[in-house]
Structure formats: C-alpha cells, structure tokens
Design a protein around this ligand. Structure first.
Ligand SMILES: C[S@@+](CC[C@H](N)C(=O)[O-])C[C@H]1O[C@@H](n2cnc3c(N)ncnc32)[C@H](O)[C@@H]1O
Length: 328
C-alpha cells in the first residue's frame, strides 16, 4: 500500500491471535497460519483495514466485527451426505460392524465433531434409521453434534433447511425425514430428539466418551500438525475399543498403526485397535506426568463419575460449564 502500513510481520499476527484468545476466549493458535492469515486478511480487506494493529483497534471498538471475523475464519461449508461414496462405504461396510459389536438393545453412540449447521449429524441419523428401521433408531441411537460456531449451531438446532440444501437426498428420503415448513423443510421431530447439539472446541474441551463412531470431517485440516496430533489423541480416548473414526477426504492420512487400524484409507475410515491404551484426556494447560499415579487416578475417576452420571439418568443429557462449553 502507498502508506506502507501493510508491512506485517508474523509477530503482529501472533499478537492479534493472543488478543482474540484473551478478549473472546477463542484460541486460534493451533490453526495453520497460511489459511488463517489469508482469511484474516480477507476480512481486513472487507473492513478496509490495512494492518493487524489497526484491525485490533477495530475489534476493540466494534463488537460486531468479532462475529464477522469468526464467520470468515470458521468455514461452515457442509452438505447432506457430503462425499456420497464415503457415506455409502460407511453405511455398507462400517455400520454393520458397529452393530455386530453391540448387544441388540445397546445404545449406539455417535459424535459429529465440527458439525457446522447440522447436515452431517442429520445424515448420520438418517443413515442409522435406514439401517435399523425408524423405531429401533429412536430407541438406540444417540448422536452428538458439536461445533465452536454458535451461529452454525443455532441453524443445526433448528434443523430447518431450504429445498436446495436437501437436493442430495433421494426424494423419498427427503419426504420420510423432513416435513415441509413454509418454504423450508424441518427434520422430523421424533428423530431430531436423538440428536443433541452443543458448543465444543475440539482443541480444548473434554471429549465425549464411549463412542462407537466419531465423525470429524473437513475440520482437522485447518489445524497445524501439533494441534492435529493432540486432537487425534483425544479422539482415541473418546472411542470405545474397536470404535470407528471417519475423517474428511482431504484430511490427514492417519498413520498410527499402534492405535488405529486402517479400514479404508481412501475413505479415511479408521478403527481404534482393541487393547490400545487410551491417551489420558488432560484439560489444556494442565500437565500430569504420564504414567504417574495422579494420571491413572484422575482419568479413572473422571471416567467413573461420568459413566455413573450418564448411565443413571433416564433422559439424554448434555452438561455445559459456566461458559456454555460442553464438558460432558
Ligand atoms: C468445513 S466445516 C465441516 C462441516 C462438516 N463436518 C462437513 O464435513 O461437512 C468445518 C467446521 O469446523 C468448525 N470448527 C473450526 N474450528 C473448530 C474447533 N476448534 N472445534 C470445533 N469445531 C471447529 C467450524 O466452525 C466449521 O463449522
């Protein structure tokens, strides 16, 4: 720029990220700098600001700008049954295995992490209902849909989509699972009750546990290698033995033969190896020495309390902390 103010160093970007974390509790430090820098600069250009420092001033004086920035960084693109061949593989090859390792009446626990506006979570509900039959799905399937983006979650909770969004669905499936509601379609309310949405940051918050299937697609790729490794540790913890992990097509080639078997590299589907030790979950910033008695006790106790609470409750539950973050 003519005024020379666009000469920015990485330090300035890091400073802005620190500000976002302190001001809004949103920690983008684990995100890949290339994508992040590009997106923030795009937002700065739209806001007609040329330096990170000036942009920080803007954020301090204009609270709405945070929303606009988060919308630009958190890319919410999604669709119903995104990558149909991967979903066909999941339904034909994986779901039968999930069912085979559970008793006839046992709950099926599924997590869509980074669910955006909910299409992925509802696709999972439809897939299980088609496989099990609606009655059995209503009785057994529990799907958690989580994201950091509150705005996307609001759409997910509403479960109300324009016809265009539902075009990838066969017409008979659309009519079976959605009801016309004005110009839009709402997901059928009985099955909707089996899908629980909540805010959850995959880089920081306690993972949902005892999962049969964990779906995290087109979300990991925004993180740097270190953050991805930590997230995969948590996912390993979250899965039951022999539980399945379904990643996005463009995502990392999970190369962790000690802990995961490859079910299909092409479709990015992996399976937690039986007997592989779970990596203990640790809240960010808390250091527990690996293998120490404290570590073993903390993990065992947390799990025990969680399992007792969840198993003892007559209704599906979600626990959030004072900041509205899903902790259980
Ligand atoms: C491209 S969308 C993917 C949506 C869906 N999983 C799919 O594949 O169609 C990426 C989603 O990841 C969410 N996301 C980004 N960072 C996240 C984080 N730290 N924790 C949870 N979700 C996150 C974004 O808000 C966005 O909704």
């Amino acid at each position: 720029m003519a005024d020379g103010r666009d000469v920015e160093t990485d330090d300035e970007l890091e400073e802005l990220l620190g500000f976002l974390r302190d001001a809004r509790g949103f920690d983008f430090t684990g995100y890949k700098r290339s994508t992040l820098g590009r997106r923030i600069r795009k937002r700065m250009a739209d806001a007609q600001v040329t330096s990170y420092a000036d942009y920080r001033d803007r954020l301090e004086t204009d609270a709405d700008e945070f929303g606009a920035l988060f919308n630009t960084i958190l890319i919410n693109v999604t669709s119903v049954f995104r990558d149909p061949d991967a979903w066909a593989f999941l339904q034909n090859e994986v779901v039968p295995e999930v069912l085979a390792q559970l008793g006839d009446d046992e709950e099926i626990r599924v997590w869509s992490a980074g669910c955006s506006s909910g299409e992925e979570a509802y696709s999972l509900a439809i897939m299980f209902a088609e496989t099990l039959g609606l009655d059995e799905a209503l009785h057994r399937v529990k799907i958690y849909g989580t994201d950091v983006d509150e705005e996307a979650l609001r759409e997910a909770r509403a479960g109300l989509y324009p016809a265009k969004v539902l075009e990838p669905l066969a017409p008979e499936l659309r009519d079976k699972y959605f009801e016309a509601n004005g110009a839009r379609f709402s997901f059928r309310s009985d099955l909707r009750r089996r899908v629980i949405f909540g805010r959850h940051d995959i880089t920081r918050d306690a993972p949902i546990s005892r999962l049969d299937l964990l779906v995290c697609r087109n979300t990991l790729m925004y993180f740097n290698v270190e953050a991805q490794t930590q997230i995969v540790d948590r996912f390993h913890f979250a899965l039951r033995e022999s539980g399945f992990l379904f990643l996005g097509k463009a995502e990392l080639l999970l190369n962790d033969a000690d802990r995961f078997d490859v079910v299909s590299m092409r479709q990015r589907i992996f399976r937690r190896r039986p007997g592989s030790q779970p990596t203990p979950y640790q809240p960010t910033g808390v250091k527990i020495r690996p293998g120490s008695a404290t570590e073993v006790k903390t993990v065992a106790r947390t799990r025990q309390v969680r399992d007792l609470v969840v198993d003892g409750a007559p209704t599906p539950m979600l626990a959030v902390d004072a900041d509205g973050i899903v902790v259980l």
